[in-house]
Write a protein that binds this ligand. Structure first.
Ligand SMILES: Cc1cc2nc3c(=O)[nH]c(=O)nc-3n(C[C@H](O)[C@H](O)[C@H](O)COP(=O)(O)OP(=O)(O)OC[C@H]3O[C@@H](n4cnc5c(N)ncnc54)[C@H](O)[C@@H]3O)c2cc1C
Length: 652
């Protein structure tokens, strides 16, 4: 027997969490227990608790930090505690293609998850990529651009641009946005300050102006992205602001913060057929399937590591993010037998692709010194300027602190490579399809088929020039690999962020021990596919050239990084390997794909082999999309909430 469900009693829950006990009545059993209060978790919890007849609890390791200026003031992105206490800062294993360096993957560690520290950029990917989710899943009609558009719109309330914003170049397509004050949740809009260098860059990029970067055709265009911003008050709108604060007085919604989920507890399982055999094989069609009965957690302020539990009546909803969610499942005995055994965890459900198929966007840079009069550098280097800007923001919500400084250029494949080179790169990738699919599948034949199917879809987009393999965006200040302490404080910069959006590489994340406080072995396998490195290097080169292109050349005072001594493609490739890292957009580690393609959840986001566990966060996105993730994760979670509501009357 793996555990004794009776050990769930008595409940000592919440005695250690005064914030929560004061705010909400504490139940020992909830209909729905949501693991992780980030973007997806709060979305689903909020929608489910619209029905006063159901009870919902969210378990989140971080705390509510909505009152920190670096959270609510748009121009303070990256300041204060953003990258210290509010950040998981997951370290990866050494990356062979990065010269053996370890990378750091940032992820929000607070109520609101990534939406607390992210850059508030809120575009969507191209239509074809969302349609391909359905294609990969036996043409499931729930997973297409057209069906997801309803959920994109449902999740947001747009404040249309005002005259000043339009004069600065903001464009939008009304029909693709949500505007319902009753139904919409995330306030989206545009900032009150635009750096002049952004407009210069639009001209220098050579890309066509986008009518709207959320309209499903971003490739080959440049534009000002919509932001997750309450434009009426010029403050960040996180998932807390959108989905929790306005509903925090619901008696049926319980928020447990500062608690680390250690595992899901299962109903007493069957006796294994043979010693060491998995209790339940996920590939068995129909019952028996395992059933979650509770969730175990520790209080982060409890030095003794005492574990408590909550009981679940209907479903466990897993939303701990693309690194946190597979960890919780593996700690709960769901995964690959060999990996679980090595970690000292008894297997409950044989689902060998948990934690596999992980992909991340890859980030790199080019930056130059500049004579632009205002850059973000001044916020750190000039206390008088910083104080003036702060006063301005508090006075009338203007000045550089009212800006989320991102204009985006979404390159198409043909913007990077001449036709003949493009054809030859795609041909090479097609020739090596089976090799790389197998290499990335960690020995799982089903997943090899799944990755091959993903690559086939991606390469078709490459051939048709429908993919947006990179984003190039302008940062009006320093952005690069050198730490603040190691660069001169009196310089100003113009930077280009070059983000590899469509990597073919796939890695994995797995627990190394049964200790929930121990970091998983995270391997994003950066640049493991040769097309990834070739594409990224091209985009860094394109960024360097843009910095010297009229009219941006007017503010160019020489390249800082990669540096004038990096001349040839070979040298730039070496530089990319030496500095590139995570863009903090991890997906795919619990992929929505058919089981025979190595998937972990079905198209209603139910965990294969379990009766009442769903995964609703970025983990389920089967392959990298060419956009920042937040708006898509909100749409997925909105979709998931409707699935859960629809299925709530079915027998578990
Ligand atoms: C620095 C940074 C900048 C970004 N910029 C942008 C951007 O500008 N635009 C954009 O669209 N996207 C951006 N992203 C990405 C985006 O924020 C994430 O993709 C998104 O938050 C993922 O949503 P999620 O619900 O899957 O996970 P998250 O939002 O990360 O939520 C997971 C939650 O689970 C909690 N958790 C994890 N494990 C446990 C556990 N065991 N017990 C209890 N709680 C747990 C975490 O603390 C977290 O709150 C950025 C991300 C980062 C880190």
């Amino acid at each position: 027997m793996k555990f004794n469900p009776l050990s769930l009693f008595p409940f000592s829950v919440l005695n250690h969490n005064p914030w929560t006990t004061e705010l909400t009545p504490v139940l020992k059993e909830y209909d729905y227990v949501v693991i992780g209060g980030g973007i997806a978790g709060l979305t689903v919890a909020s929608r489910l608790s619209e029905n006063p007849a159901v009870t919902v609890a969210v378990l989140e390791v971080g705390s509510n930090v909505e009152d920190l200026p670096e959270v609510y003031i748009p121009g303070l992105i990256g300041f204060g505690q953003s990258f210290t206490t509010l950040n998981w800062a997951y370290g990866t294993v050494p990356q062979p293609e990065l010269g053996g360096r370890k990378a750091v993957i940032n992820a929000g560690k607070a109520l609101g998850g990534g939406s607390i520290i992210n850059s508030m950029i809120f575009p969507r990917a191209e239509k074809g990529q969302y349609d391909a989710w359905g294609e990969l899943n036996n043409h499931d009609p729930n997973w297409t651009w057209d069906s997801l558009l309803h959920y994109f719109k449902k999740s947001e309330i747009l404040t249309p641009p005002n005259e000043d914003q339009v004069a600065e170049g903001v464009k939008y397509v009304r029909d693709v946005h949500g505007t319902s004050q009753e139904e919409g949740r995330v306030k989206v809009g545009f900032p009150n300050y635009f750096y002049p260098q952004s407009k210069m860059w639009h001209a220098a990029s050579g890309f066509a102006l986008s009518p709207d970067l959320s309209a499903g055709h971003p490739q080959g265009t440049v534009g000002i992205s919509i932001n997750s911003l309450d434009a009426k008050n010029n403050t960040r709108c996180s998932s807390v602001c959108a989905y929790y604060t306005p509903f925090s007085d619901r008696p049926n919604l319980t928020m447990l913060t500062e608690v680390l989920v250690t595992r899901i507890l299962w109903e007493q399982p069957q006796i294994p057929a043979s010693p060491g055999a998995a209790i339940v094989n996920a590939s068995i069609v129909g019952p028996p399937r395992i059933k979650a009965v509770g969730v175990e957690f520790t209080h982060t302020n409890n030095a003794h590591g005492q574990r408590d539990q909550v009981y679940v009546g209907k479903e466990v909803v897993v939303a701990a993010g693309a690194i946190g969610s597979p960890k919780v499942l593996e700690l709960s005995g769901v995964g690959n037998a060999t990996i679980l055994k090595a970690a000292g965890v008894d297997q409950v459900l044989d689902l060998p692709t948990v934690g596999e198929n992980l992909a991340d966007h890859v980030h790199s840079w080019a930056n130059s010194f500049t004579n632009a009069s205002v850059t973000r550098d001044l916020l750190r280097s000039d206390p008088t300027f910083e104080a003036e800007q702060r006063a301005l923001w508090y006075h009338n919500r203007t000045g550089v602190l009212s800006a989320c400084p991102r204009s985006l250029g979404i390159a198409a494949a043909s913007d990077l490579f001449p036709k003949s080179q493009l054809a030859s790169l795609v041909n090479d990738a097609k020739r090596d399809l089976a090799h790389y699919a197998s290499l990335f599948s960690n020995g799982n034949a089903n997943l090899a088929k799944g990755i091959q199917a993903q690559h086939e879809i991606a390469l078709k987009f490459w051939e048709e020039d429908k993919i947006a393999p990179v984003e190039i965006n302008l940062e009006p200040g320093y952005s690069g690999p050198t730490a603040l302490a190691d660069r001169p404080h009196d310089k100003k910069y113009t930077s280009i962020n070059a983000v590899l959006f469509a990597p073919l590489s796939r890695g994995r994340t797995h627990i190394r021990s049964s200790d929930p406080s121990e970091l998983a072995a995270i391997d994003p396998a950066y640049y493991a596919h040769p097309l990834d490195l070739a594409t990224h290097v091209k985009s860094i080169q394109l960024g360097r050239e843009m910095l010297r292109t009229p009219p941006l050349d007017e503010i160019y005072l020489g390249e800082n990084e990669p540096g004038e001594n990096v001349k040839t493609e070979e040298e730039l490739t070496r530089w990319a390997r030496a500095v590139s890292g995570s863009d903090n957009h991890v997906i795919g580690s619990l992929a929505m794909m058919p089981e025979e393609l190595g998937g972990v959840v079905d198209t209603r986001l139910r965990l294969y082999g379990a009766r009442n566990v769903r995964v609703v966060d970025a983990s389920i996105i089967p392959f990298p999309i060419s956009a920042h993730l937040a708006s898509t994760v909100y749409a997925v979670a909105e979709r998931a909430a409707d699935f859960i509501k629809e299925d709530s009357t079915k027998h578990l």
